[in-house]
Design a protein around this ligand. Structure first.
Ligand code: FAD
Length: 472
């Protein structure tokens, strides 16, 4: 009896639920990956994410083929056609895969299940709790994180599982195409993150010391105090259960210590589940605001707001904290969470940019681009989502910078023009007079831009626009 395990975003063997289940029920198991060429012609796929995926897939193939009698069988083409082909070729009697919750993946998986002549078994793997597992007392899905997370913490959680012994029959596998063959080339000035499970496990190890003070440090981008596990969770090089239980183990080993940092970190994992269940239960939020009353807001498209858009994505708005965040993203494909909130709020309340254009750009740029968390985060900052930031509470890019980067360390790292500007001017360099600018070797308006908008005015305008829409 042979099972095909169709691997998509869980790029690991350990605690890969579909693989574990298949190995419990079959002696012959074929871990199977389809490289869908069409997917790679998608304009919103950027280098950081594709490169991370490529590293991770290659490492998984090496890992499996390096074990006696195992392999990852790779084929190029359309998933449904390649699955039909391999089922026929091997006489497999079942297909196993982990579930994915985006509207696109759900539709694809339904079609595959309809077309295949063998049973398709689907498993929860990428989240701790899925779909409708956590409901309000009246049986509806949660729109508010706080109550969701209370139940999330109380609910019993599965531990990581090992695969049983299995062998992979000797069948042809295609080579994994190179990034070049897939049409991607590393931009010269980009420092991308390396993918792969080994790297993910290293990240977990490195984070073990930081987790204790996560609650105090996480908002300060320059402290490098978060786990940086997001792309690993995105591509499943490590599992959600592994990271959750690792944190529990740290707690258990130190029973007398203050574990609030660990709890705060685990709350982030609950946010991830929260947004996955929002996207599952309200799939329309992939295209529309969760709060329907804001559907008709007329945002400025990136074409209409071309100058502002270009200044924004290139980190040249004249707001140092915003610019530092956008430049970190452009250079590395990742941005600290505090900055993700600040720049998104700026795109909305200060520049009135269309959230869908921002979503496309983030999708292309982020190494950890994950539909549910991204839509959730953007709609939160735009005040149009579940449990959103209220429209009248507008992030002030200056005070955010003063509070979370008081000495301008993060700013200076990403905006080198401001390297010699002293702390008292780093948040508002345009306020320096001529002599100060000369002293610090910078000409505002020439070496670094003046603010492209006036925050106080834009804040008022944004609140008025929201109020107009609410009254209609
Ligand atoms: C506008 C915006 C867009 C975002 N887009 C994404 C995205 O595409 N992919 C993504 O994984 N996260 C996204 N986030 C959430 C968050 O910014 C990142 O998960 C986090 O910065 C990743 O860094 P880390 O791994 O060091 O996180 P840590 O602080 O170490 O947190 C641990 C893990 O918890 C999860 N997590 C943390 N914060 C959140 C959150 N607010 N919502 C959901 N999950 C969270 C992530 O999986 C993260 O790896 C977005 C947030 C905002 C405001």
């Amino acid at each position: 009896m042979t099972a095909i395990v169709w691997i998509r975003r869980s790029l690991r063997e350990h605690d890969n639920t579909a693989l574990v289940k298949a190995s419990e029920e079959h002696e012959e198991v074929i871990p199977f990956y389809v490289v869908d060429d069409n997917y790679f012609s998608n304009a919103t796929l950027g280098y950081p994410r594709v490169s991370f995926w490529h590293d991770s897939l290659k490492e998984l193939k090496e890992n499996l083929s390096g074990q006696q009698g195992k392999d990852l069988v790779v084929r190029k083409g359309k998933p449904i056609e390649q699955l039909q082909k391999i089922v026929e070729e091997t006489g497999a009697d079942a297909v196993y895969h982990n579930k994915d919750y985006t509207p696109y993946a759900r539709e694809r998986d339904e079609k595959v299940a309809e077309k295949l002549d063998v049973p398709v078994n689907k498993f929860k793997d990428v989240v701790m709790f899925e779909e409708k597992e956590i409901l309000t007392n009246s049986g509806t899905s949660y729109k508010v994180y706080t109550y969701f997370s209370k139940k999330w913490f109380k609910k019993e959680k599965r531990r990581p599982q090992e695969v049983e012994d299995y062998t992979t029959p000797d069948i042809d596998s295609d080579e994994i195409p190179s990034l070049k063959e897939l049409g991607f080339e590393k931009p010269d000035d980009m420092e991308v993150w390396e993918g792969g499970r080994e790297n993910g496990l290293d990240r977990i190890e490195e984070f073990k010391d930081k987790i204790w003070n996560y609650d105090e440090n996480r908002d300060y981008a320059w402290k490098d105090s978060t786990s940086k596990l997001s792309p690993h969770l995105r591509f499943g090089t490590v599992s959600i259960r592994e990271v959750f239980w690792e944190a529990e183990r740290i707690k258990a080993r130190n029973p007398d210590s203050d574990t609030s940092g660990i709890k705060t970190w685990q709350e982030e994992l609950a946010w991830r589940d929260f947004y996955m269940q929002v996207l599952y239960n309200w799939p329309e939020t992939a295209e529309k605001p969760f709060l329907e009353q804001y559907e008709d807001i007329e945002w400025r498209s990136k074409e209409e707001a071309e100058e502002d858009w270009e200044a924004f994505i290139n980190g040249k708005t004249g707001y140092p904290f915003v610019d530092a965040g956008m430049r970190q993203l452009k250079r590395t494909g990742w941005m600290h969470n505090r900055l993700r909130m600040v720049v998104t709020s700026f795109a909305c309340k200060d520049l009135w940019l269309d959230w869908k254009d921002l979503h496309e750009y983030f999708k292309k740029m982020f190494v950890d681009a994950e539909k549910a968390s991204m839509i959730g985060g953007i709609q939160w900052a735009y005040s149009i989502g579940t449990d959103a930031q209220p429209y009248f509470r507008v992030f002030n890019p200056y005070s955010q910078s003063e509070d979370y980067d008081p000495d301008g360390e993060y700013i200076k790292n990403w905006v080198p023009e401001l390297e010699d500007v002293p702390d008292e001017h780093i948040h508002r360099p345009h306020k320096m007079n001529q002599i100060q600018q000369e002293n610090y070797g910078i000409e505002i308006g020439e070496d670094y831009p003046r603010p492209i908008v006036n925050h106080d005015e834009k804040r008022k305008e944004a609140i008025e626009k929201f109020e107009e829409v609410r009254e209609d």
